[in-house]
Design a protein around this ligand. Structure first.
Ligand SMILES: Cc1ncc(COP(=O)(O)O)c(C=O)c1O
Length: 490
């Protein structure tokens, strides 16, 4: 990608161009086969074709002006109403469609900050109290909107510790947060208890159901134990729920809902004095693409409740089969809820050294076999987001996982080489500022004029700080950390 890249002098012929683009995709994740956990939520070709055609119909339309494109305004309204109905919103419930989970969370945090500005003008340094597991988009919101996050410890079952949250609340707290479920282990926080705290302290509560908004209601209808978390819980002020996850819409669409307009009004942006005219905007973007709204509307109308129930059953069965297979591997242990569509597992640490595995070394082996692997930290684990399309690959995955575990069993050295060394080092290095600095340097390289390869690991000089540092010093840093841990244990 070196050298000058300019717009071609003359335009290329359409078919040749499209063929070239199809070829470019060859190295990409193969989501249709179900080997990609998360990133893409796929149903089947018929559904894909429906949402593609709906997207195409509104490809050029711009929801910035609801007067010009009344169709989009109507679809947005219906998406919000249908979501509010699903989540047991009161008749006053309102909201907007956004571009994704992160935007929904950013908007909810900005809105609750601005609500506090209006109602509690004495708050100078607004903070948000949330469990450690809440999505990193809240950190982004804090970064963008000048909020301080007070993250609290988790209970041993990974749910929010409500007493720790209660202790963290102070007179500058403008919002509490709970997740339904949280991403790392897929457990639903104790929303009724957190909502009771919110009511006692008169603080709004945002429930992040970006992941669960379009799956928990169906699991509940299928008779699975789902703890209360939606608008039925008094004290829940707002909810984010992603259409581009279990709503089975293509990427770029989510919802953020509020109990009533008294809160939503703080989300709106209006400028009255610009020479370009009076400008009103409900969300972060200015121009708003029509395609995702149309595709989400088509997804919801096309699947219907019956379709969503069928897909939820399929995803849960798949997660159950995975959990059963992983649970039968003696070197591993499952983390999190037993009936969620997130499956997380770690290495058992209570085994003799010759039976122990390094989970990041397991991840490396799975990756070599063509699986896309989500590695987590605190604790070191592997995360699988299961959707309706993953069913056919469960047996292959489990077979590869058993082989991976057998290959790394008792081989502590493998945890100190390859990508495992880098992930291990990044998870365990106490100097988090150093890790952050390294990641920023890799991003600078990726987004620099030469557009470096998006590759964190490996040893080449080209690969940025994290890769270079990991390759050169990872094993040494890990060995030193292990020595320290042994000393601390003594
Ligand atoms: C619980 C939760 N909240 C928020 C998000 C952020 O969503 P997005 O990636 O659409 O911005 C995710 C994404 O996985 C999530 O799992």
């Amino acid at each position: 990608m070196k050298g000058r890249i300019a717009i071609p002098e003359r335009g290329e012929e359409a078919e040749a161009l499209l063929a070239r683009m199809a070829a470019m995709r060859q190295g990409d994740a193969d989501w249709r086969s179900g080997r990609t956990w998360s990133l893409v939520y796929y149903v089947d070709e018929a559904h894909h074709e429906l949402v593609r055609r709906a997207h195409d119909l509104f490809l050029a339309e711009n929801a910035l002006n609801p007067m010009a494109f009344r169709s989009l305004k109507r679809m947005e309204h219906e998406l919000v109403r249908m979501t509010a109905d699903l989540l047991h919103g009161p008749p006053t419930a309102v909201g907007t469609v956004t571009s994704g989970g992160t935007e929904s969370i950013l908007l909810a945090m900005k809105t609750l900050r601005d609500l506090a500005r209006k109602k509690r003008p004495w708050v100078r340094r607004p903070n948000v109290v949330l469990p450690r597991s809440a999505h990193v988009a809240f950190d982004k919101a804090a970064h963008y909107f000048g909020l301080r996050l007070k993250r609290t410890a988790l209970a041993p079952d990974f749910r929010a510790d409500v007493r720790a949250m209660a202790r963290a609340v102070d007179r500058n707290t403008v919002a509490l947060v709970a997740s339904a479920p949280q991403y790392p282990q897929g457990v639903v926080d104790p929303v009724p208890e957190i909502a009771a705290l919110a009511r006692r302290r008169r603080i709004p509560l945002h429930v992040d159901a970006c992941f669960g908004g379009f799956i928990l209601p169906w699991l509940e209808r299928l008779g699975h134990p789902v703890p209360p978390w939606d608008f039925r819980v008094p004290g829940v002020t707002s909810i984010s729920a992603d259409l581009h996850k279990y709503g089975y819409a293509p990427k770029g669409v989510s919802t953020v809902l509020y109990r009533d307009m008294a809160v939503l009004r703080h989300q709106f942006f209006v400028a009255t004095d610009w020479p370009g005219g009076i400008y009103a905007s409900p969300t972060m973007a200015g121009s708003r693409p029509g395609g995702p709204i149309a595709a989400a509307w088509a997804a919801m109308m096309g699947l219907g409740q019956e379709g969503y129930l069928r897909l939820a059953r399929r995803a849960l069965d798949t997660a159950g089969r995975l959990r059963e297979g992983i649970g039968a591997i003696p070197e591993l242990r499952l983390l999190g809820a037993p009936d969620a569509t997130i499956v997380t597992y770690a290495a058992r640490e209570d085994l003799p050294a010759e039976r122990r595995v390094d989970i990041y070394a397991v991840a490396d082996r799975l990756q070599e076999r063509g699986w896309s692997v989500d590695r987590q930290q605190f604790p070191a684990s592997i995360h699988l987001t299961v959707n309706a399309s993953n069913g056919p690959v469960v047996d292959d995955y489990l077979a590869d996982l058993r082989e991976a575990v057998a290959a790394v069993r008792g081989r502590a050295d493998l945890g100190r080489s390859g990508e495992a060394a880098m992930y291990g080092m990044m998870a365990r290095l106490p100097a988090r500022g150093l890790v952050r600095q390294g990641v920023i340097e890799v991003m600078e390289q990726m987004y620099g004029p030469e557009g470096g390869e998006p590759d964190l690991a490996g040893g080449g000089e080209e690969r940025g700080w994290v890769g270079r540092f990991g390759a050169r010093h990872g094993a040494r840093v890990l060995a030193a950390l292990e020595r320290l841990e042994r000393l601390r244990r003594r």
